[in-house]
Design a protein around this ligand. Structure first.
Ligand code: CMP
Length: 148
């Protein structure tokens, strides 16, 4: 058997998770937060809000020219959402992997979307895709700062 050096290094990170209106109306706040905490991550900020249109448009600014931009902004402002700051070792990648592929039909069973969602328009959650977007999105949704 070959020996392989496995690095145990990790970075403590904080990332943004949104539970979209479909997740809130289906009563899945508890299911999503349970999975996040069971993984060992810490919820360091959390609020239930009716998101201002301007905040949602700024959040999705990189998609402004995409055909789904208006629909995704309409959807995110159609009902209450949960905004969460989630912290822990490699939190950005850990959360992205837990949530599964953006299109739920491609998402692996065991992931949030693979277990609980079916369509890309209603894919339950959003999570930051890297360090830069996490910093930008946390600053947007938690301009007042996190609780811990
Ligand atoms: P999210 O991770 O919040 O980022 C952009 C959102 O736009 C995405 O999840 C989907 O909910 C939505 N969306 C709708 N159609 C598409 C598409 N074709 N490609 C990517 N995202 C889409």
């Amino acid at each position: 058997m070959g020996s392989e050096k496995v690095s145990s290094s990790f970075v403590n990170e904080t990332t943004l998770v949104l539970i979209k209106p479909g997740g809130v109306s289906r009563g899945l706040i508890g299911e999503v937060t349970r999975r996040v905490e069971a993984r060992g991550l810490t919820i360091s900020g959390m609020k239930l809000i009716n998101a201002p249109r301007e905040t949602v448009e700024t959040h999705y600014a990189e998609h402004r020219e995409r055909p789904f931009f208006k629909d995704v902004c309409d959807y995110l402002t159609s009902g209450p959402i949960v905004a969460m700051a989630v912290s822990g070792p490699n939190a950005i990648k850990a959360i992205r992997t837990m949530m599964g592929a953006t299109n739920p039909i491609e998402a692996t069973p065991g992931t949030v979307r693979g277990d609980l969602a079916l369509t890309i328009d209603d894919n339950l959650t959003h999570s930051s895709d890297g360090e830069e977007s996490a910093a930008r999105e946390l600053g947007l949704w938690f301009s007042e700062g996190m609780v811990k």
